[in-house]
Design a protein. Structure first.
Length: 249
C-alpha cells in the first residue's frame, strides 16, 4: 500500500519495539523515514531491518539541545516534515518512597520535556497538513500501583495532545495520541527481573486484560499509520486506546 507516499516522517525511539515496527510500516506505505535512538548497537540492528535509506539520528530524547539538532538534521535531509511520531520514552515503576529527584527528572525529561521542545524545534519544518502522533499509555487512565511517575508523564503527554491540537491546527498540523496497553516490547527487559520474576509480572498483567494476552507492536503501528495518513484528515485531538479492553471492560 502507499498511504504515506511522498511523505516524510520522523519517529523518536524508532530503533526498537513499537518505534521500529512503525518505521517498517511507514516505509512499506511509501514514506521517507528518519528514526532516533540512543544506543549505537540498537541503531545498527535497526539498520539491518530498515535499510540504508533511513536517516538514523543518535540523540538523547530528554536533552533540549538535542531536539534542535534533530530538527536541523530533518531540515537538511528532507526540507520538510509531514509526520512526527513521538515514541521515545522511559518506563520506571517504583513505590512512592523509592523515587529520588534524579530519577524523577530523568523520566520527566524523556517523556515530557524532550517531546515538548522537539515539537517546538520542528515548527518551522512541518508541512502545512502535517500529522503529530504522541505515544501515551493506558496508565494515564488507571491507578496502577507503582506507576505514579510513569502515569504522570503519560498524562502530561496526553494533555499536550489536546492543547497542541487547538494551538497548531491553524498551521495545518493535526495532533492525536495512541494509548497502548501492555505490549510485548524490549522495554520489559529493562525491569531487572529474573526469568521467574518476568513470568510472574507477565502473568499478573495478562490477568488484567480481557483479551488475555499482551498486544503486539504491529497492532500499535497500524493505528499510528492510520493517524499519520490522510485517511485520518478529520481526526484531531483524538486518543486511540489500544489495550485489549483493559480499561473499558
Amino acid at each position: 500500500m502507499t498511504r504515506l507516499r511522498n511523505k516524510t516522517a520522523l519517529i523518536t525511539g524508532g530503533t526498537s519495539g513499537i518505534g521500529l515496527e512503525t518505521a517498517r510500516q511507514f516505509i512499506s506505505e511509501g514514506a521517507r523515514v528518519a528514526v532516533t535512538g540512543t544506543n549505537p548497537a540498537t541503531i545498527e540492528k535497526a539498520r539491518a531491518v530498515l535499510g540504508d535509506d533511513v536517516l538514523y539520528i543518535r540523540a538523547d530524547a530528554g536533552n533540549v539541545a538535542s531536539q534542535k539538532e534533530i530538527a536541523d538534521q530533518i531540515a537538511a535531509k528532507f526540507g520538510k516534515l509531514d509526520i512526527l511520531f513521538v515514541n521515545a520514552g522511559v518506563a520506571e515503576f517504583r513505590t512512592m518512597d523509592q523515587w529520588d529527584e534524579a530519577a524523577f527528572d530523568r523520566s520527566v525529561s524523556v517523556n515530557v520535556k524532550g517531546p515538548f521542545f522537539l515539537v517546538q524545534a520542528l515548527l518551522p519544518v512541518f508541512s502545512n497538513k502535517a500529522s503529530i502522533v504522541l505515544n501515551t499509555s493506558v496508565n494515564a487512565h488507571i491507578g496502577m500501583p507503582n506507576s505514579s511517575l510513569y502515569a504522570l508523564t503519560k498524562s502530561a503527554l496526553l494533555s499536550l495532545s489536546k492543547t497542541l491540537s487547538g494551538e497548531l491546527l491553524g498551521r495545518g498540523i493535526r495532533v492525536n495520541a495512541v494509548s497502548p496497553g501492555p505490549v510485548e516490547t524490549p522495554l520489559h527487559e529493562k525491569f531487572g527481573l529474573d526469568d521467574a520474576g518476568k513470568k510472574a509480572m507477565a502473568d499478573s498483567i495478562v490477568a488484567q486484560i480481557p483479551l488475555g494476552r499482551f498486544g503486539h507492536v504491529a497492532e500499535i503501528a497500524k493505528a499510528v499509520v492510520f493517524l499519520a495518513s490522510d485517511e485520518a484528515s478529520f481526526t484531531v485531538g483524538a486518543e486511540l486506546i489500544i489495550d485489549g479492553g483493559m480499561i473499558t471492560l
